[in-house]
Write a protein that binds this ligand. Structure first.
Ligand SMILES: Cc1ncc(COP(=O)(O)O)c(C=O)c1O
Length: 306
């Protein structure tokens, strides 16, 4: 028999302890906060099952290695912690975040990151949508941001990070222009990504998404696999902004919402101002496959009683 979940609005794990999410707090001296010296990942739970948890854990480990972050817990410990956190909320649709923070060097030590004790933090809250549901349904409005994406050589976008000053500026620009989302370009005018999502352009029945300057999104990976299943050609390569400007359809992908259509780019209205037919097909397929348990790792909600 299932126990009553103790933290239905959200649960967190920190320093070996489980707690309500509102109680998880950081000291102001933490370098994860003061220097954005932290990496993270986010996996979703839908219908009571994680989606592609192995892929998220693999990416999180690679991000930690990239930033030379090493928590006490093993990856298998982390898997158990994430399952337990979801069980503690009882949530069947959840947003599951894991962070590894630098910590802070002890007082009196040289201010070098190697003296800090890295630590893991994880929390679970109700599922978060990147945009309101009605915007996803009508199709979102996008602008090409005037702020370029931080150069790949400075901050590697494949290691998930909080160096979001460019994204934040671009979000304000989008809002100032009455749009929902920005897309950021690299210094050569090629499409990269946006705040929390990967970008796809569809031209003459072919899907294209940038191969560099982006986080290799797990939903992006799902889209690439779905294209293969649906016999839709999908190219992973440089996408010049002109290609995006002239595309028949544009969509984005994210853990926080799956496949989401764009209907406007700057002053241009795409198609009939509704998500295009191939976008709709991929959107439907994504949710249908998930409902059928594709790449799903079920949560055992009764385990909490044990
Ligand atoms: C910068 C950036 N790009 C792309 C994505 C999409 O990745 P995923 O599909 O793994 O959620 C995210 C997700 O947070 C992101 O922050």
């Amino acid at each position: 028999m299932s126990a009553i979940p103790p933290y239905p609005t959200g649960a967190a794990y920190m320093h070996g302890r489980f707690m309500p999410v509102a109680e998880a707090m950081l000291p102001v001296t933490e370098w994860g906060y003061r220097r954005s010296d932290v990496t993270y990942d986010v996996v979703s739970v839908w219908d009571g099952a994680f989606f592609r948890l192995d892929d998220h854990l693999r990416r999180f480990k690679a991000s930690m290695d990239h930033f030379r972050l090493q928590p006490k817990e093993s990856m298998e410990d982390l898997r158990g912690i994430l399952h337990k956190l979801v069980q503690m909320t009882g949530l069947r649709e959840a947003y599951v975040a894991m962070d590894c923070l630098r910590g802070s060097p002890p007082a009196g030590m040289p201010r070098h990151p190697r003296y800090a004790e890295n630590h893991l933090l994880a929390y679970v809250v109700p599922y978060v949508w990147l945009m309101p549901r009605e915007v996803i349904e009508r199709g979102a409005h996008m602008i090409v941001a005037s702020t370029p994406r931080i150069p790949e050589a400075s901050v590697n976008p494949r290691a998930k990070n909080f160096h979001w000053a460019d994204m934040t500026q671009a979000l304000f620009e989008a809002q100032d222009k009455g749009a929902d989302n920005p897309v950021l370009l690299d210094a050569d005018g090629n499409v990269t990504e946006g705040p929390g999502f990967n970008v796809f352009a569809i031209t003459n029945g072919v899907v294209a998404t940038p191969d560099r300057g982006v986080l290799e999104g797990i939903t992006r990976l799902a889209v690439i696999e779905l294209c293969d299943k649906l016999s839709i050609p999908c190219e992973i390569r440089t996408v010049p902004v002109e290609e995006l400007r002239n595309a028949d359809e544009i969509f984005i992908s994210s853990t926080a919402g799956g496949v989401m259509g764009m209907t406007r780019l700057d002053s241009r209205i795409l198609g009939n101002d509704r998500p295009g037919p191939m976008t709709a097909q991929l959107h439907e397929a994504y949710w249908q496959f998930r409902r059928e348990g594709w790449h799903a790792e079920p949560v055992d909600y009764s385990a909490l009683a044990a």
